[in-house]
Design a protein around this ligand. Structure first.
Ligand code: THU
Length: 157
């Protein structure tokens, strides 16, 4: 039997089209992006997490001379959120990026490893986490992290 996977997402061309809280979340990610340690790729990524109570935390990519030891912005932010606020409900994550500190026009979407981590965070969360991927000329909002990872790995206990 053939099956089809589809999901609906939103696309915006300006930050001003976003609800105020999401706009603030993107600004929070942009601020974090400015503090990224991207000494090897010169590709700065920021991620900001919005909790349901309205508070926000952020992270950025942290590179290392031993390349695989570095970590993406999304996981830096999500692991920080879970390490410090394991019981706080999460509403959304915003992701921004720049090349050599110049903001990118197109959005960056989470890499495969981050998708796997975000998915498990969403499962812990018990409700969808919206993913807002920001580029200066295009903003994409995905309704859940599960949408980004169909047929994902699960561990049967
Ligand atoms: N990176 C992220 O932080 N998030 C992504 O979604 C993709 C890639 C980082 C990893 C590395 O520091 C740099 O961007 C170039 O790959």
């Amino acid at each position: 039997m053939e099956k089809t996977y589809t999901f609906t997402y939103k696309e915006y061309s300006s930050l001003d089209d976003l609800p105020e809280t999401d706009k603030k979340l993107v600004y929070c990610a942009l601020e974090a992006q400015g503090k990224a340690y991207a000494a090897y790729s010169n590709f700065q990524v920021g991620a900001a997490i919005l909790f349901e109570d309205g508070t926000m935390i952020s992270g950025n990519n942290q590179e290392n001379a031993a390349y695989p030891s570095g970590l993406c912005a999304e996981r830096t932010a999500m692991f920080y959120a879970q390490a410090n606020y394991p019981d706080k409900a999460i509403a959304a994550i915003a992701i921004t990026s720049a090349t050599a500190k110049v903001p990118n026009r197109k959005p960056v979407f989470p890499c495969g490893s981050c998708r796997q981590v975000l998915l498990e965070s969403e499962q812990r969360n018990g409700k969808p986490i919206r993913v807002i991927c920001y580029g200066a000329s295009q903003i994409v909002e995905v309704p859940s992290t599960a949408s980004l990872l169909p047929l994902h790995f699960i561990f049967e206990k």
